[in-house]
Design a protein around this ligand. Structure first.
Ligand code: G4P
Length: 530
């Protein structure tokens, strides 16, 4: 039987970050295919459609053709156990994505070879950087007209301030894309040599780029260009440095074409060999080591209505330490109460099943009726408050009104639930009866209105406000806080946890508040640990 530390060493928990359309879905599908988790490429999408067809509240999602819900996919490869956490690509749901990134140990950044770094890539990268997360880069769509590889590497280095080391080097592009040379393992991988189904071959092992064998495998001009370019790239880029990679300062870069299965094997090998096993997790009390015997974990995401027939919510918990077994009694940090985890769910590529056990780095789903919230921790008894799971100040604020004024109380309950799930920020101004709802993107309001209508049977509309933004306010001295709240009662609200929030009418109002109240901190993010 393997020990806890063996299980830890085998785990790779990661996410794919990309701008919409760069190829995240295609790559996910191929990774699952090669990991043996799905039989046929296309299954990820098919499953998505099936799920959408079954769920009413996801109407908006279906109409817009975007995936709001994110999930976890587990598969084995190369003796390691992978957990791939899917992140919604649409920018309106980036808050969900940010929190998902708190539950992974590394990320694969997918770029479109014709486009390079795009807005959303950059935003997501910044979140990874906050956590010094190791990143492996995959430059996709080399089968199309692409930008010059040097230009792409330079862009990653310059715009993200991240050192790059090419892990493979492309031979041609577009219609003339012949394949790649694997610089880490000295292998030539040619397009068309890989099986369309199943794992592509490992390529032709070489004795470096001077191996005369290459002359029989590649046209003379392509080989000359390859040798020249790799020579240049080696001169320009830093050699691979594991420590710098693990600290998030250097990214190995693969080139490929996900749709043609090309380069995916090398990427998967790269994740297996380079990406780190579960990292220690910070809490307000102490750092938790994954190989500790006692079980601990935290909720990073809540999803309602995964099964529309049951009004359940699933709390996604990242196991941080210990060997979790079904039926365990764990202490819920926020309430201090013990909960028996009877029906934890494990997510497989196509299915959910009961989790009999789980190890550090694994994600389990805990069905509940609202007791669990984002940021909540679990332990075998110790008081642990996990840090670094943020809420973000919303960029869009609207007033929520029930179509039928008599349903105001029901609306309040619905909004509280959505806020606890992390689907929106909800603020109750100290003065007045309205609810102010905040979102990071406008589409979130449509999804919310749809859910409130169908799940809570409260027809609701959102009206524009004259508010500019919201900031959580904090002070070291309770007296200072009281003074501030008394003087600004018309501009202060409470969030769903009762934390005070300053609602600014405009940028000047916000600046003025900060200037007039130097002892008050105006915060754009709220850590769930106070
Ligand atoms: P996303 O999840 O990042 O949004 O991207 P997705 O995988 O859905 O890919 C976006 C589009 O790019 C899709 O085309 C997909 O087929 C295409 N694509 C992905 N990888 C490659 C590649 O390596 N080479 C080329 N040439 N295209 C690639 P679509 O027409 O928008 O969708 P579909 O009809 O093919 O599903």
């Amino acid at each position: 039987m393997s020990s806890l530390s063996d299980h830890v060493a085998r785990r790779r928990t990661f996410a794919i970050i990309s701008h919409p359309d760069a190829g995240k879905t295609t790559l996910t599908e191929k990774l699952l295919l090669f990991g043996g988790a799905i039989q046929l490429a296309g299954a990820v999408k098919a499953k998505g459609e099936l799920r959408r067809a079954h769920s009413d509240w996801m109407k908006v999602e279906r109409e817009r053709g975007i995936s709001v819900a994110s999930s976890v996919m587990s598969f084995d490869f190369d003796g390691n156990a992978f957990n791939l956490l899917d992140t919604p690509g649409h920018e309106d749901f980036s808050e969900d994505t940010y929190r998902t990134l708190t539950a992974v140990d590394s990320a694969v950044m997918v770029l479109d070879a014709a486009k390079g770094i795009e807005v959303q890539t950059r935003k997501l990268f910044e979140v990874c950087r906050l956590r010094d997360m190791p990143i492996i880069t995959f430059i996709n769509k080399m089968d199309r007209e692409a930008r010059d590889p040097f230009d792409l590497l330079d862009e990653v280095e310059q715009t993200l301030a991240l050192d790059v080391t090419p892990a493979s080097w492309p031979i041609g592009m577009g219609r003339h894309f012949l394949g790649c040379y694997d610089l880490f393992n000295d292998r030539l991988i040619l397009v068309g040599k890989g099986a369309k189904q199943g794992l592509p071959e490992i390529g032709e092992p070489c004795e470096g780029l001077d191996d005369p064998k290459l002359e029989t495998l590649l046209p003379a001009d392509a080989l000359a260009t390859l040798r020249e370019e790799v020579d240049m790239a080696r001169g320009l880029c830093k050699p691979f440095d594991m420590q710098a990679f693990l600290e998030g300062h250097l990214t190995p870069v693969y080139f490929g074409s996900a749709i043609n299965n090309f380069g995916v094997r090398e990427l998967l090998d790269g994740v297996s060999q380079m990406a780190p096993p579960p990292r220690p997790q910070p809490t307000a009390e102490r750092q938790i080591e994954p190989a500790e015997n006692k079980v601990s974990g935290f909720v990073f995401k809540i999803q309602a209505n995964m099964d529309p027939k049951h009004r359940d919510r699933i709390a996604f918990v990242r196991v941080c330490s210990g060997h979790f077994k079904r039926g365990m009694k764990l202490k819920h940090s926020r309430t201090g109460k013990f909960m028996t985890i009877h029906n934890p769910v494990l997510f497989l590529a196509q299915d959910r099943e009961l989790a009999e056990e789980a190890w550090p780095g694994d994600i389990i789903g805990i069905p509940n009726h609202g007791a669990l919230r984002i940021g909540d921790g679990f332990s075998e008894g110790e008081d642990l408050r996990f840090t670094g799971i943020p809420s973000f100040a919303p960029e869009y604020l609207k007033t929520a009104r029930p179509d039928d004024p008599l349903r105001a109380k029901h609306l309040g309950r619905a909004l509280q639930q959505l806020a606890e799930e992390g689907a929106a920020s909800v603020f109750k101004p100290l003065v007045g009866a309205d609810w102010i709802v905040g979102a990071v993107g406008p589409l979130q309001f449509e999804v919310m209105a749809d859910r409130i209508r169908t799940e809570f049977e409260v027809p609701v509309h959102f009206e524009p406000t004259s508010l500019f933004t919201a900031r959580w306010v904090k002070a070291d001295e309770p007296l200072q806080m009281k003074k501030f709240l008394d003087a600004n009662s018309t501009a202060v609200a409470e969030d769903h946890d009762g934390a005070p929030v300053y609602l600014a009418r405009n940028a000047w109002h916000l600046e003025r508040g900060a200037k007039d109240w130097p002892d008050i901190r105006f915060l754009k993010t709220k850590d769930h640990v106070e």
